[in-house]
Structures are given as structure tokens and as C-alpha cells.
Design a binder for this molecule. Sequence first.
Ligand code: AMP
Ligand code: MG
Length: 398
Amino acid sequence: MLTTAEASAAILAVITGAKTETVALEKAHGRVLRQSVVAERDQPPFDRVTMDGIALSFAEFAGGTRRFPVQALQAAGDPALTLEAGNCIEIMTGASLPAGADCIVPVERVGVQDGVATIENDYAATARQFVHARGSDHVQGTELLRPGTRISPVDIAIIASCGLRDVVVSQQPTIRVISTGNELVPAGAPIEPHQIRMSNGPAMVALLEQHGFTNCSHHHIVDEPALLRERIAGHLDEANVLILSGGVSMGKADYVPGVLKELGVEVIFHKVSQRPGKPMWFGMGPGGQAVFALPGNPVSSLVCCRQYVLPALYRASGLRDAPPEFASLAQAVTFSPALTFFLPVKLVSAVGGQTLAMPVHTNTSGDFAALTGTAGYVELALEESSFPAGTGARLHRW
Ligand code: AMP
Ligand code: MG
């Protein structure tokens, strides 16, 4: 049986990178960038005025002049004027500094009468005040975004500021989430006492979408080998990633691993030393499809989806690895089986700035209602069985 680290490594070793496509700026939010974005121009592209007021020569102000005839008005978007000696130019925030001017006095400190601006007596100015110098943020050609960035709203501003109407991103993988089980009934359909609502599929689709993988659909197949074979074959033809839930344990109706083998999906591993999710199965299809077969218990399938499927999708998309996150256990935990324990937690911020993880114990891995309000789960090492309060643990957010 593989450890959790071995299972993660085995998946990442066989995952292949997604192809790229070009999308319009308006469609790029949330996608994974696969190109560099380079500054089109210096930023700011000109000496940019940052206050409404008057633009003047600091040397004249330093020489004692306080009254400046208003030569002209220059707003944002106007080409830069040339200041004539002894004058000032009424200037607006965002305007380009007029040639010959090197000081802005804010409008609040100036009175204008009969075309002459008079600066308050006790006003102290400095050279180049309220001027955001050309190129002081960055210069033309600076790499502002690297490949492997998930495009945030801020990144959209950067891409637009570089003048790009479209960008190269990773293609979205086609993902099929497949719930297996005779007992499963979708929401909205009549249900008998011996049946179970089908909740894993919608939950996993939501989790994938939350992480930016939006090309997902959910399907149900009953525990019938011939039907499983036919339907899964169809999904293998059409998708890059299959995520099955249910039917991977040792029960008589657990047909999924056998059917996958018959369809030419090469098993990479079956079973991981973890709770929940020990029966997890992973393999690669004949066309390079990643096939995750997760235990049907709702907590197991959600944890395995977060722990193994999402990092694989991230890797394929070219996303740079995020630095690991940690939290301190708010209470002592004991867990004796020689398994890695994925323990759901709620997070509390301590006054000192520490993130505390409050354990939320589920009543079996079927108790998904207990997960509500959890931020994710902490990973408790297989080698240990006793984890005192304050233990630092790797945190995985949903
Ligand atoms: P299995 O892994 O197929 O043995 O299923 C384990 C448990 O999870 C059973 O109690 C199933 O009824 C339940 N289960 C399986 N699939 C789902 C699903 N899609 N939604 C909710 N519960 C499920
Ligand atoms: Mg089942």
C-alpha cells in the first residue's frame, strides 16, 4: 500500500501538461497564464501629475515668487504644454507634467483671481512634489506576469495595461465526474427508504469549479459491469480526466477497478495508507486520460478529490505550486491506526496572528454534514498517533 506522499508522486509523475489556447482578455479571468506578460511602456508612461493644482518652476518658487499668471489649463489626456517663464499652468490629476514645470502646488493652497494664481504665504513646496516620475513603477520590457499564474482581477488590469487584447492560457481539461451505485437517486427524484441521495457528484463538480476547472459534467451509472464498461468507454473517448466515485472497495458489487482494467486503463495504484479514502484507485487510460476512482463515502470522495485530483489538474494546467500552508491544532488529537489522518478543521485566527485549526470529527466517512463550515482538513502524519494541542500541521483548504 502506498503512503500519501508516494501516491501524490505517482500521480504527478504520469500527468501530462495541458495544451494551450488563446482567449480574449474578457474571458481570461481564472485561467492559467502560459505566456509572459511584458510592460508595453514605462509606467507611468510620462511624468504624471498626482494633484489638481498649478504646475510651476520650483526655482521660481524657491526664489520667492508666489504670484504666477495662469498661462493655460491642461487636463488628463491633453498633450504636455510648455511652461513659459514666470507663469503657471492650471493642471489636473493624471495630466502629463508640462515641459519646464517641476513642481505642483495643490489647488487647496492657491487662490486664482483675474487670471493670476497666488500661493498661500506660509506654503512650503519641494522640487518635483506631486509628480509620479516616468518609469518609477517599472520600465518598458519588464516581465510583469510569469507563465503559471492563475489570472486574478489584478492580473487582468496588468494584461490590459500592457495593451494585450488576448492571452495564451492552458486549455480547460474535459472532466467527467461519474457516480456509481445502485442505491443512488438524484435530488428531485422520488426516493425509497433503502436508497441514498446522490451528493458526491454535485459536490465534486462544485469543488473543481471553485478551483477554476469549469468544463465538468456529472453522470450516474448503476453497478452493472456491462453498463459500466460501455458508459466508461464513452467517457474515456470524450474526456481528459475521469473521476469515479464508489465501487472501488472489496464488495461483491465493486466492479470499477475490474472494468477499468478491461478498458485498458493501466492501474498505477490501488489503496493508499490514509483515512478517509484508503480504497482509492488511480490509473492512466490508453489515450493518456487520468482516471481517479474514489471511494463513495462522501467525506472520502471529497478529501481524495481535494488531495489528489486538484493537484494533478493544477500540474497539468502549468500552474506554479503554491507554498504549503500550516495551522496549529487547537486541541489534542489521538489517532492510532498507521494511516495518514486527514482531519477536517474549522479555522480560528488567534490575536497573535496564528491560525488555529479546530478539529471537526466526522461520525464515519459518510458524515458529510459535519463538514459544513470547515475550511479544509489538516494532514496528520502516519508515523505518529498522538498530536498535542499546538502541533503544526499541513493545512489543505477545500
Ligand atoms: P462505495 O464506495 O460504492 O462502497 O460507497 C460507500 C458509501 O458511500 C455507500 O454508503 C454509498 O451509498 C455512499 N455513496 C456512494 N456514492 C455516493 C454518492 N455519489 N453520493 C452520496 N453517497 C454515496
Ligand atoms: Mg457502491
